[in-house]
Design a protein around this ligand. Structure first.
Ligand SMILES: Nc1ncnc2c1ncn2[C@@H]1O[C@H](COP(=O)(O)OP(=O)(O)OP(=O)(O)O)[C@@H](O)[C@H]1O
Ligand SMILES: [Mg+2]
Length: 235
């Protein structure tokens, strides 16, 4: 039996910018991400990794092609419905983390939970504390995020992405601002979630060691996936 496909895209085309600045950023990209697998996207700066993640994360819409969550194509959904799907189903870790800098670490992690509105305030607080503990920030829950280091802010952003227990995690250079020990720790945390809790992870990375530890590596160049390789066969 083949693995359950969780998120996929089919022949995505994306143009960005206006007139003479217009760039054909994605040129027919198709990809399938199954539950229980970790996928890396690698490729030179400007090849389209972030553009693709934004489309898969329902933060941007393609000019052609479509995105499906499980078996449902999302092209026909309204903006509100897309926002709802995104908040519940997808955890997004941005290349630039976009925290609310006056909010504490804990409040930042609670933002997606508040939007979803399924937990009491006390449960949101406990869950945020637990997630922050998981990224090594258990002692900095009440620190405003502007008083955290770049690497600590990135870890808050990782915890925030996991707030609503999403099935798919999309991560754009999630360990870009972290030192070696913390980037290994952050990657292992994400990898364990995938393998033990039945999630799927797609991450863009310039770190070859992280890419090698993924189950799949997709190589992008000039808006296309030019090679996809399985690294670690899952049993
Ligand atoms: N809003 C925009 N308007 C015009 N062009 C854009 C816009 N956003 C991205 N691009 C262009 O689209 C192409 C793909 O950009 P993208 O950010 O996806 O690259 P990337 O692979 O994520 O690079 P990096 O490794 O540096 O993060 C680049 O040529 C970039 O300049
Ligand atoms: Mg990028």
């Amino acid at each position: 039996m083949s693995a359950q496909v969780s998120l996929s895209c089919d022949r995505i085309e994306r143009y960005l910018g206006e007139e003479e600045e217009r760039v054909h950023a994605l040129r027919g990209v198709s990809l399938e991400i199954e539950i229980g697998s970790v996928h890396a996207i690698v490729g030179p700066s400007g090849c389209g990794k972030s553009s693709l993640l934004y489309i898969l994360g329902l933060l941007d819409t393609p000019n052609a092609g479509h995105v499906s969550i499980e078996t449902e194509t999302v092209s026909h959904l309204t903006d509100d419905e897309l926002a709802q799907k995104r908040n519940k189903f997808i955890g997004f870790i941005f290349q630039f983390h976009f925290l609310m800098e006056d909010f504490t670490a804990q409040e930042n992690v609670m933002i997606p939970m508040r939007k979803l509105g399924e937990l009491s305030d006390a449960r949101m607080r406990d869950r945020a504390a637990e997630l922050l503990d998981g990224v090594g920030l258990g002692d900095k829950l009440r620190r405003p995020s502007r008083h955290l280091s770049g690497g600590e802010q990135q870890r808050v952003a990782i915890a925030r992405a996991l707030a609503n227990d999403p099935r798919v995690i999309l991560a754009d250079e999630p360990t870009g601002n972290l030192d070696t020990a913390n980037s290994e720790r952050a990657f292992e945390l994400l990898q364990n979630l995938v393998h033990e809790r039945g999630k799927a992870l797609l991450l863009a990375t310039h770190n070859p060691a992280i890419a090698e530890a993924c189950d799949w590596i997709h190589e992008m160049k000039d808006g296309r996936i030019i090679d996809s390789q399985v690294r670690n066969r899952l049993s």
